[in-house]
Write a protein that binds this ligand. Structure first.
Ligand code: KIV
Length: 276
């Protein structure tokens, strides 16, 4: 695929779980981005994003909830299908919502399989450390590729009493390293490190051979993931510390919609050009 803006060519062959370990070994950074629908999927595919994550952040960014907990399996699957329609050649990861994998192993396996069978996904992501290791092993034995997610776990927001950076003490850093090693041993093909001090992420990245993909976890991870709306400036006031704004889409939308309202009210739109 030719990337006009960056003037570069990227391979359009669909990636597999093996592609990402090779990228880590070759020192090539992995780019992951959350996408939630056909247009965002299409934009990400056209830009050459390596992994499209249909994050459970969907609950907050698109559905307007205060946290990720209310998202249902059906909602998540519907958005995976939409992303797949917009980005048919991309490696798509479905992020399993709260309580779709915690209650029982058999339910978790059935739910995870739906991402591959119906959602157009190539893998699922599940949040957690030691408690989910047996489940990760079962999923992989069953043929379901799994992306791990450790550090700040948004699905634990209520038990943690907020969104807290993980690994700030030596003991907690050691815990995260042990979790990463256990996840690798269980068979994950890569893992998200969220909200972890850069130095600790570096140690985790060195301790495992599978790629780490960071968000608020410093530059030493094998790749980075960001939330579509955060990096495009789609939320007016709010910008998390881990995000950089590459555009001000909220401003553009605001101006465009104000112009539309004004032109309709002033009878400047539609004109003959827009009429039949
Ligand atoms: O749901 C999400 O957006 C995520 C990323 C923050 C990794 O899990």
């Amino acid at each position: 695929m030719y990337n006009k803006r960056k003037n570069t060519m990227r391979s359009s062959a669909k990636k597999t779980v093996c592609s990402f370990r090779k990228m880590k070994n070759d020192g090539e950074k992995i780019v992951m981005l959350t996408t939630y629908d056909a247009p965002s999927g299409r934009f990400a595919e056209q830009a050459g994003v390596d992994i499209l994550l249909v994050g459970d952040s969907l609950a907050m960014t698109v559905l307007g909830f205060d946290n990720t907990l209310p998202l249902t399996l059906e909602e998540s699957l519907n958005h995976c299908k939409a992303v797949h329609r917009g980005a048919p050649n991309s490696f798509i990861v479905g992020d399993m919502p709260f309580m779709t994998f915690q209650a029982s192993e058999s339910e978790a396996l059935k739910n995870a399989a739906r991402y591959l069978k119906e959602g157009g996904c190539s893998a699922v992501k599940i949040e957690g450390g030691m408690p989910i290791i047996p489940l990760v092993e079962k999923m992989i034995i069953s043929g379901i590729p799994v992306m791990g997610h450790i550090g700040l776990l948004p699905q634990q927001v209520l038990t943690a009493g907020g969104y807290k950076i993980a690994g700030k003490t030596d003991k907690d850093a050691e815990r995260l390293i042990a979790e990463a090693v256990a996840l690798e041993k269980a068979g994950v093909f890569c893992m998200v490190l969220e909200g972890i001090p850069a130095e600790v992420s570096k140690r985790i990245t060195e301790a495992v051979s599978v790629p780490t993909i960071g968000i608020g976890a410093g530059p030493e991870c094998a790749g980075q993931v960001q939330v579509f709306m955060d990096i495009l400036g789609m939320f007016d006031g709010f910008k998390p510390k881990h995000a950089k704004r590459y555009a001000n889409i909220a401003g553009e939308i605001h101006d465009a919609l104000s112009d539309y309202c004004k032109e309709v009210r002033e009878k400047k739109f539609p004109t003959e050009e827009h009429s039949f």
